[in-house]
Design a protein. Sequence first.
Length: 330
Amino acid sequence: MAGGDLRLLVAIPALDEAPTVGDVVRGIPREIPGIARVDVLVIDDGSSDDTARVARDAGAEVVTHATNRGLGVSFREAVESGRSRGTDILVNIDGDGQFDPADIPRIVAPIVEGRAAMVTASRFLDAKLVPEMPDIKRWGNHGVARIVALLTGRRFHDVSCGFRAFSREALLRMNLFGTFTYTQECFLDLVFKDLPIVEVPLEIRGVREHGTSRVASSIPRYAVRSLQIMLRAFISYRPFRVFACLAALFLAVGFGLLGFLLVHYLRTGQFSPHIWSGFVGGSFGFLGILTLVIGLIGDMLVRIRLDQDRILYHLRRAEWLEARRPADEA
């Protein structure tokens, strides 16, 4: 993607961030190596304060939701906006001031150089830059990173940071569905599509200066909702692996019970008093076979979905080219 005519869109999802969003907007560099144009979009997700006015006064374009629709929805709106306006790179940065917008050139550099499709700021890649934060949040971040590593087979240090950059290819290929958040789902979606992801260690504030996080305000709720999103994303791409593991568990229990009944019969010549194990074992065996069939059907559906993804990619690419054509012809 190297070149000097790249368009950058900086998207800032915000909910009641009036004390900080103006400084974030004003702090965004307008001159970045390799970038010809920088646009700023604030997505006001149902704020009850002056977030929209402050952001607009600071020079940002503002889209306002009448009600709070969720961080995942705000991010998807930013992605769609990037596609429709012919953006080459999308940067997502929170409006709470935890991230320094002066670091945007460092975030976009690997994409400008053609080394990454997605770049994420990492709070834990460099031990010297680990921010001060409550132990439970640090433990939760590490736990989620381990789950993503288990699901993808790739090691990432920070999968929950909201300061990220996405290339044009990532924007055209991403298909996200979560409404609560998008952070972990991005990793799963792009890794399964074999797009390169780079972590950049940055110094980040670990605790907000104003207010509380709308996503991580309740650690148990955040953990449950994030786990749901990750499992759904994983099953969307690897259903046979999930259902085959479940089927193996059911079949093992079923054959174990049937084997126990068979040994008892060979020793005593009768099924009583353990005939129950035959019924239960047979039920588990049937459940295991049924689960395996569901996995096979899911695997076939994934192939259909991948074909649809390819069609959707070409439609999005045509939309992107149409958005760029007037500028190219000028």
